[in-house]
Design a protein around this ligand. Structure first.
Ligand SMILES: CC(C)(COP(=O)(O)OP(=O)(O)OC[C@H]1O[C@@H](n2cnc3c(N)ncnc32)[C@H](O)[C@@H]1OP(=O)(O)O)[C@@H](O)C(=O)NCCC(=O)NCCS
Length: 249
């Protein structure tokens, strides 16, 4: 399959990871055009290796296109903060990933969502030695339910889901997390998951459940996470349940 075909195939798969209020687009990084970046965006990656320049540029092209559908000023440059996280326009949340020659961006209005997270990984096995850093015992057991030749890819999906979770929660908490911060329970038949937060974070109690969706085949692992706008009952939990219990995996 060549890259344009990949793009056409992945677009509905990525959109299917999110509710309809989230706009998603994907492109091959090889067709990114640096002329489509604003000077302030280009300045961020001047001197970077060409692969990184193409990834960054493709994500900006996608973001500009999607943001135009949300009535954002077309001259808004999508810069990164000192922590590398994109600085989205006021009233907008978004998320970016690149990998395997493609870039993908998801955006939505902040009135609907507090956080979005997306990740894309080539569907290769998780490299040897990473399982114990990435997966809880329960997640490793889940991967072992796959046929032997697919178990490495199932572990890679856990990694992919945790990357999307990390990005989504960061927009709310601004906290760096390690891979043991969540325990992920994927449901292969519905291609959805629940991730349980194992320690309290600003705005979330330990045990908070984050829903998400994934896609896994021979070529790709994809994941998407949405954190909906806080409801009054969530807010009560966030404020008054000061649990410091660490939820066991
Ligand atoms: C931030 C991180 C997830 C990015 O992953 P990556 O494999 O380097 O790259 P990806 O292509 O998946 O994503 C890159 C994009 O993520 C976005 N990003 C970077 N830091 C981010 C953050 N803290 N929160 C949200 N998004 C972030 C950026 O938009 C970046 O693209 P850009 O530089 O072109 O704008 C990863 O580098 C990291 O720091 N992880 C922390 C450890 C972790 O994953 N823990 C899991 C806990 S559950």
């Amino acid at each position: 399959m060549d890259l344009p075909e990949i793009q056409e195939r992945l677009r509905p798969l990525f959109s299917g990871l999110f509710p309809a209020a989230v706009l998603v687009d994907v492109m091959q990084t090889a067709s990114a055009d640096p002329a489509d970046m604003f000077p302030a965006e280009r300045a961020i990656i001047t001197g970077a290796v060409s692969k990184r320049q193409r990834e960054f540029c493709a994500a900006r092209q996608l973001a500009h296109g999607l943001l135009s559908h949300l009535d954002v000023d077309p001259s808004f440059p999508l810069l990164n903060g000192p922590d590398r996280v994109p600085v989205w326009p006021p009233g907008i949340v978004g998320t970016i990933a690149h990998g395997g020659g493609i870039a993908v961006v998801a955006v939505a209005r902040a009135e609907h969502f507090r956080g979005l997270g997306i990740d894309v990984e080539p569907g290769e096995a998780l490299p040897d030695g990473l399982e114990k850093h990435v997966c809880s015992p329960a997640e490793s057991r889940w991967a072992k339910t796959f046929p032997i030749h697919e178990q490495g890819r199932a572990l890679k999906l856990i990694f992919c889901i945790k990357e999307a979770l990390y990005k989504a929660q960061y927009l709310v908490t601004r906290q760096f997390l390690d891979f043991d911060a969540f325990t992920v329970d994927p449901d292969t038949s519905s291609q959805t998951f629940e991730a349980v937060l194992r320690k309290p974070l600003p705005g979330f109690r330990a045990g908070h459940r984050f829903p998400g969706a994934f896609y896994l085949d021979d070529h790709w692992a994809l994941s998407g996470v949405t954190i909906e706008t806080i409801s009054l009952s969530d807010y009560g939990h966030a404020c008054y349940e000061k649990s410091s219990n660490y939820v066991s995996p």
